[in-house]
Design a protein around this ligand. Structure first.
Ligand code: ZN
Length: 271
């Protein structure tokens, strides 16, 4: 993507809001065009620049997810108006997007599916080494090996996805990988335990809601930014006026998981 210069900071009074609202935005690819399967998740560079302008104007304090989790645990002060930006999967254009954010002093966390490394359109091993050495404004986290839904995996597969992706990234970066993103946001108590046991200190889910200071550091809520998400919606997230994530799971999340399990069982009976 063409890397635009950082939008000029304008003097805008921050909106009044409760200090415990924490917008965590989830991006995938930032590109002019993409493969059909990825179009829904691809934000154009022009739209992204508008979003970055909104981030700058929000007067929020950007944190990596690991920094945010530390603050939520009380290990560091939680800024009055925190926010976090994340990129999932490890598309090659993430480098330009994360670099642009860093140029605006906006921290971000990129979650990499290690089994996708070096594929067409995806980050290479060398790219991950570069991202990992960019300094404190760019964090690299793990997104599993195969991008399968964690709540559909057997215990040994769960351990392999959580630990395996961590070891690959740590070998490349020669540094600890502390944060995990559940592929598709799907997680249950077994996947949370596997991620925790693998040595991560935080994990992000989806929930399409604002995170908050009482959120679970192993299932932080994120707001999905899609191709057609308007800048007004991004501003609403940053203003803290979208809905906040509920404590615990929504009934429809549990219902959807059960539906997937029934379908899987039916498939295995018929095969
Ligand atoms: Zn993903």
């Amino acid at each position: 993507m063409a890397v635009a210069s950082c939008p000029e900071r304008t003097r805008i009074a921050p909106p009044r809001e409760a200090i415990h609202v924490i917008p965590i935005l989830m991006y995938h690819s930032i590109a002019e065009q993409s493969e059909p399967y990825l179009r829904r998740w691809t934000v154009t560079p022009d739209a992204f620049l508008e979003h970055v302008t909104a981030m700058v104007e929000s007067r929020r304090t950007p944190l990596t997810i690991t920094q945010l989790a530390e603050a939520l645990r009380g290990a560091r002060p939680l800024p009055a108006r925190p926010m976090a930006i994340t990129f999932d999967d490890g598309y090659r254009d993430t480098i330009a997007a994360a670099s642009m954010l860093a140029g605006c002093e906006i921290a971000s966390t990129t979650y990499i599916t290690t089994g996708f490394l070096d594929r067409a359109g995806m980050l290479t091993t060398a790219d991950v080494g570069e991202l990992s050495s960019c300094g404190p404004l760019i964090e690299v986290g793990a997104h599993g090996i195969s991008h399968r839904r964690m709540d559909e995996l057997a215990d040994d597969e769960l351990r392999a996805e959580a630990s395996g992706s961590r070891s690959v990234l740590e070998e490349i970066a020669q540094a600890r990988t502390l944060s995990f993103a559940y592929p598709h946001g799907s997680h249950d108590h077994r996947s949370v335990a596997a991620v925790r046991d693998a040595g991560y200190t935080s994990a992000v889910a989806v929930k399409n809601a604002l995170s908050h200071s009482g959120d679970d550091v192993f299932a932080l809520a994120r707001v999905t930014i899609e191709a057609h998400t308007s800048t007004a919606t991004v501003r609403a997230a940053l203003d803290g006026t979208l809905r906040m994530a509920p404590r615990g799971e929504l009934w429809r999340t549990r219902g959807y998981r059960q539906l997937r399990r029934w379908r899987r069982a039916a498939r295995s009976r018929s095969s």
